[in-house]
Design a protein around this ligand. Structure first.
Ligand code: SF4
Length: 354
C-alpha cells in the first residue's frame, strides 16, 4: 500500500470549546463564530465544515483548509443476538482498537478504548495477551463515542460510557483527562466510569481532578498472591496499598466504587473467596460486579468459566455479606465481546491471509 503522509491539519474532534476557541481565534472575525463551530462539532457531531449552515461559505472553506474533523474509521462490525454491537476501528497510523455498545435496562452503555493494546498483561484478557500499544489521543477516544452515537442513532440522555475497552485508562491520564472534558459537554460525569487495574498514581490523579467520573477497580482476587498471578501489575501496586488509596478516594454523595471481579473456575470462585472479598472492601461504599470469564481457547486455554450455579453461589455469598452485587452475564458472547477478542481475530485473519 502506498505511504500516505499524515494530515497536518489539527483535528477539532476531542477538543473542548475553550481549545476550539483558542485554535480558531486568529481565523474568525468574531469570537461567537468559534462557539458556533464548537457547538457543531461537540453538540451536533458534525463530520464536515460543509454542514455548518450558519457559517458563510467563505469561512467554511477557510476552516476546511486549516482544520479537519476526523473520526476513526470502521473496519469491522459484529452484532450479537442480545443487541450488543462491537466495532473494530482503524486509526490514522494503521493501529486498530475496539469499541462496544451494549443495551442495558433501556440505556446504551458504550465501552471505549484508551490505548491500542495493553501492557498490564492480565492473564484472563485477550488485549493483555496481544501486548502493549500506544496511548490514544483525545480525538481517537472521543471519536469512538461519536461514531457509535451516529451509527446507533442513540438518544444522548440514554448513553453511559465506560472505559473498559482496550488499554489501561489510568496509564493515559493526560489524554483521558482532555477527552473527559469534551465528553462532559454531552454526558454527565455521573454517567461515565473509568475502570483501572489499580494504577496508584492514576487513582491519585483522578482523586485530584475537579470533575470526576465514577471509578471502577478490577480486583479479581482477595489476596496479594493470587492477584499477582492474575494481574502482574499488582507486584508494582500491591493490594494493601491499593485498598489504602481507595479508602481515601473522594466520593461524591451517593457514589460508590465498583469492584470488578472476573470469576475463573477453580482459581477465585470459592465461597471463601467471596467472604474474603467482602472483608477486604468492608467500609468502602462499594458494589461488586461479578464477571464470569469470557473463555478464549487461543490466548488462555487453561482458564475456564465457572458453571452458572458457582457464579450464583459466589454472588449470593457477597450479597449475604451485605454488598450490592451485579453479575454481568456476558453480552455478546457470540461476537467476541470481551476486550481484545475482535482485534485478535482480525490480526489472526490478517496473518493467515499473508
Ligand atoms: S483487563 Fe484491562 S488492564 Fe488488564 S490487560 Fe486487559 S485491557 Fe489491560
Amino acid at each position: 500500500m502506498a505511504w500516505v503522509a499524515p494530515d497536518p491539519r489539527p483535528n477539532l474532534v476531542g477538543r473542548s470549546p475553550l481549545e476550539i476557541a483558542e485554535l480558531l481565534a486568529p481565523h474568525v472575525d468574531r469570537p461567537f463564530r468559534a462557539t458556533q463551530v464548537s457547538r457543531w462539532v461537540i453538540d451536533r457531531d458534525a463530520t464536515s465544515f460543509a454542514e455548518m449552515s450558519n457559517l458563510s461559505k467563505e469561512l467554511r472553506s477557510d476552516l476546511e483548509r486549516r482544520f479537519r474533523i476526523t473520526d476513526p474509521e470502521i473496519l469491522e462490525t459484529s452484532s450479537s443476538d442480545d443487541g450488543s454491537v462491537k466495532w473494530l476501528f482503524g486509526l490514522e497510523d494503521g493501529v486498530t482498537v475496539e469499541g462496544v455498545a451494549m443495551p442495558e435496562d433501556g440505556k446504551l452503555t458504550m465501552c471505549l478504548s484508551s490505548q491500542a493494546g495493553c501492557a498490564v498483561g492480565c492473564v484472563f484478557c485477550v488485549t493483555g495477551a496481544l501486548g502493549g500499544g500506544r496511548n490514544l489521543r483525545p480525538d481517537e477516544i472521543v471519536g469512538q463515542y461519536r461514531v457509535m452515537l451516529r451509527r446507533l442513532a442513540a438518544p444522548v440522555d440514554r448513553v453511559n460510557i465506560v472505559f473498559m475497552g482496550m488499554g489501561e485508562p489510568l496509564l493515559n491520564t493526560d489524554h483521558l483527562g482532555e477527552a473527559l472534558e469534551t465528553l462532559y459537554e454531552r454526558v454527565s460525569p455521573k454517567r461515565i466510569t473509568v475502570s483501572t487495574s489499580g494504577i496508584l498514581p492514576g487513582i491519585r490523579w483522578l482523586a485530584g481532578v475537579e470533575r470526576r467520573p465514577k471509578l471502577a477497580v478490577s480486583l479479581n482476587a482477595p489476596d496479594q498472591e493470587r492477584r499477582e498471578r492474575l494481574m502482574p501489575i499488582a507486584r508494582r501496586y500491591p493490594l494493601d496499598e491499593l485498598m489504602t488509596e481507595l479508602r481515601r478516594f473522594p466520593l461524591e454523595r451517593g457514589r460508590r466504587i465498583t469492584f470488578e471481579y472476573v470469576l475463573i473456575r477453580g482459581v477465585n470462585d470459592a465461597v471463601a473467596d467471596a467472604e474474603a472479598v467482602a472483608r477486604l472492601i468492608r467500609g468502602i461504599p462499594a458494589k461488586v460486579n461479578v464477571i464470569p470469564l469470557n473463555e478464549d481457547a487461543t490466548h488462555f486455554p487453561d482458564l475456564r468459566r465457572p458453571d452458572d450455579s458457582t457464579v450464583n453461589r459466589f454472588a449470593v455469598s457477597l450479597r449475604d455479606a451485605g454488598l450490592t452485587v451485579t453479575v454481568r452475564w456476558s453480552k455478546g458472547l457470540d461476537v467476541d465481546a470481551a476486550c481484545g477478542q475482535l482485534k485478535g481475530r482480525h490480526q489472526r485473519r490478517g496473518s493467515q491471509s499473508t
